[in-house]
Design a protein around this ligand. Structure first.
Ligand code: GLU
Length: 292
């Protein structure tokens, strides 16, 4: 695991399923500040892996929102849609190591099977065909890590991780880990909704011979009902790019950093500098809650 004295490379990795909302701005800001405050670099990766779920124009809109808020990446944007050959090569490598098997089971079938994968699939009794997913032998493993904000975690891997989906698309779990390895990411700072995916990702890092990064999961911005996180599904409004300073000021307050009101009138770059100089991990308010 990385320590703070190592080189720090962080990232923000949005999926272009819609424009950024306040919750995603909080994650972008938190990951940026943690990187910059530790003398690190911050990269932006567009996780455009799932065209059916994507919204036309969303990727460019997200990039525009980041720019408008002074959140400039320290390197070119990495687009997952351009990385298919790399994902294929990793799958091939895992196949040669006999760590993958084709699986035809739906989630419902696996659930009705008591949460375990179909033993006949696992035993490799079915050939791969156009309708099979590729799974990594991983169920039964257990991963522990110390999250920067959520504390010590132990996660049991209950299901063999899908690395390629039945519809032929590369799975998020595969792409995110391969890209984090290839970009040399040392710190993954993101929303707490992804905490439960971390154990399987950590296992995949190690399976691929890479040291797992430090994980840090930030508090979630809850929607109007107080029970669900802000999301496209509960009609979270897009961040308004014409008021970047106020948005940053509110996102900072959500994270637990209260600036003087005058700061909300400054340029975004100035606010980010102010915040990076004061960023303290222990000061982050880790409670999932509604803003304000
Ligand atoms: N693309 C994922 C999302 O927008 C985030 C991936 C990650 O940060 O690991 O939910």
């Amino acid at each position: 695991m990385s320590t703070d004295t190592d080189r720090y490379i962080g990232r923000f990795a949005p999926s272009p399923t819609g424009p950024l909302h306040f919750g995603s701005l909080v994650c972008a800001l938190g990951s940026y500040l943690d990187a910059v405050a530790h003398g690190g670099q911050w990269l932006v990766r567009m996780e455009d892996l799932d065209p059916p779920r994507e919204e036309p124009g969303a990727a460019q809109r997200i990039l525009h929102t980041l720019q408008a808020h002074g959140l400039h990446g320290h390197g070119p944007v990495l687009w997952q849609s351009q990385r298919h050959a790399r994902y294929d090569a990793v799958l091939q490598q895992l196949r040669e190591r006999q760590l993958l098997y084709p699986c035809h089971c739906s989630r419902a079938q696996i659930r009705s099977n008591g949460g375990h994968d179909n033993e006949r699939c696992r035993a490799g009794q079915f050939p791969a065909d156009g309708a099979s997913a590729l799974r990594l032998h991983s169920a039964g493993a257990s991963e522990t890590f110390d999250d920067l904000w959520q504390g010590p975690q132990t996660q049991q891997i209950r299901e063999d991780t899908i690395l390629k989906r039945r519809d032929g698309l590369y799975a998020y779990q595969l792409a995110v880990v391969v890209d984090d390895i290839d970009q040399g990411i040392t710190h993954i700072v993101r929303g707490a909704d992804l905490l439960e995916t971390s154990g399987a990702q950590q296992l995949l890092f190690r399976t691929l011979g890479a040291a797992p990064p430090q994980f840090g999961h930030l508090p979630l911005v809850m929607g109007p009902d107080g029970h669900q996180k802000l999301s496209k599904q509960n009609h979270a409004p897009a961040v308004d790019d014409s008021h970047p300073a106020q948005n940053l000021y509110s996102a900072l307050a959500f994270l637990g950093f209260h600036a003087a009101a005058e700061l909300a009138g400054e340029a975004p770059e100035h606010i980010l500098k102010w915040a990076a100089a004061r960023w303290q991990r222990h000061q982050v308010n880790t409670r999932n809650r509604q803003p304000g």
